[in-house]
Design a protein around this ligand. Structure first.
Ligand code: ATP
Ligand code: MG
Length: 371
């Protein structure tokens, strides 16, 4: 497979907001709009890497935060790599419970939403030794204080199930840099929590090129691509997350969905309005219904008006169930054939290993460690 660096330098020049390394969410969104334009013009120059931890089934936060974008980009002709980050499960727990089952469930979710294994590569990073070997030189390129001040890692530590914080928790963003850079991806569709990690990946790429590139770029500096729902909230009003017991999964039944939405946190104001800053829970529900309906959250809010939270929840439930019905049907169908899921993974792992071997060979040559 071709491992040439796809360049996005003119994307950087065109972005009025400046380089991604110094951006917050709103600036990253502005840059995403610029990137969308470039993708439309020439999808062939982009390569995407994104992924998920095999810690449970995928949920609506994943769907509208990143999954929808992955399939859309695939359909536009962008090359897509999807990593199932099995080592990353161990960042905030001692044991990776039911790993095989979770891995298969992720493959099932991917197939159900439309990731096509004939065109896209689905793999587990644990099965790609050369990818993991990139972690060592990459670790040497970042400082302990840089790792220490990562806000996403801090948030995850506060929600962690472990009494002591592991070294992997602090260093997994560097592992993620290896996930992205092993295939020289230049575009990473992610949720808001991933922006600090993307910034670190860009730093690693830049420092590697500066230190070992002898004037040429071994790695691209990848861009984050944010969707219009970079942080969907769960039923408790915090980030919807597999590990926080607050998620509505793609695989949930219509009845489960109704029950979960009914229990979602709202506020005491009866009139329904869209205001993410002052009414985050109500606004996140409105956004969810709006995304399912293909309308704006303000329009959905205007429809509900003074009918209150119960009416809002009814609209959300109906919209989600209608939107997910075909995905859920496909998921049930693919679930009949577990051997196929394993075959998809095994083929993806093989493809990823070939790409990683080629990149590692290049890295070793650049570092002068070919013996
Ligand atoms: P865990 O609780 O195990 O960390 P998670 O729900 O946070 O699970 P990840 O596997 O860590 O999911 O994240 C995978 C991808 O989905 C990342 O790109 C992340 O930004 C995105 N994502 C996860 N949750 C949300 C959310 N609530 N809103 C938008 N994007 C999200
Ligand atoms: Mg997470």
């Amino acid at each position: 497979m071709n491992t040439a660096v796809p360049q996005t330098e003119d994307a950087g020049a065109a972005a009025s907001a400046g380089p991604t390394d110094t951006l917050g969410t709103s600036a990253a969104q502005a840059r995403s709009a610029v990137l969308e334009e470039l993708i439309r013009k020439d999808p062939g120059r982009f390569r995407v890497l994104t992924g998920d931890r095999p810690t449970g089934r995928l949920h609506l936060g994943h769907f509208f935060g990143t999954l929808h974008n992955r399939v859309r980009l695939q359909e536009l002709g962008v090359e897509l790599f999807v990593v199932i980050a099995d080592y990353q499960v161990l960042t905030d727990r001692d044991v990776a419970d039911n790993l095989l089952q979770h891995v298969e469930e992720l493959v099932l979710d991917y197939l159900a939403i439309g990731v096509d294994p004939a065109r896209s590569t689905i793999f587990t990073h644990g099965a790609v030794p050369a990818l993991n070997q990139l972690m060592l030189p990459f670790l040497s390129l970042v400082s302990v204080s840089e790792l220490n001040r990562n806000p996403t890692v801090k948030d995850e530590i506060s929600h962690s199930r472990q009494s002591a914080v592991s070294g992997l928790m602090f260093t997994y963003p560097v592992h993620q840099a290896a996930d992205i850079l092993f295939c020289k991806a230049n575009l990473v569709p992610v949720g808001q929590d991933q922006l600090p990690h993307l910034e670190l990946t860009r730093t690693v790429a830049r420092r590697f090129n500066d230190r070992y590139g002898a004037g040429s770029a071994v790695f691209p500096q990848p861009d984050a691509l944010l969707s219009s729902a970079p942080l969907l909230l769960g039923t408790d009003g915090t980030k919807m997350s597999k590990s926080r017991n607050n998620a509505i999964t793609l695989a949930a039944t219509a009845d489960e969905t109704a029950r979960l939405v009914k229990g979602a946190k709202t506020d005491s104001e009866r009139h329904i309005s869209y205001d993410p800053a002052t009414r985050p829970e109500v606004s996140s529900l409105l956004l969810l219904a709006a995304l399912c309906q293909g309308r704006s959250p303000e329009q959905v809010a205007a429809d509900i008006g003074s009918a209150g939270a119960a009416a809002l929840k009814k609209v959300v439930t109906e919209s989600v169930n209608e939107y997910l019905a075909p995905i859920r049907a496909r998921r049930a169908e693919y679930g009949q054939d577990r051997a196929h899921l394993r075959a998809v993974l095994s083929e993806g792992n093989e493809r990823a290993r070939a790409v990683a071997d080629a990149t590692l060979a290049e890295v070793r040559a650049a570092m002068n460690t070919c013996y």
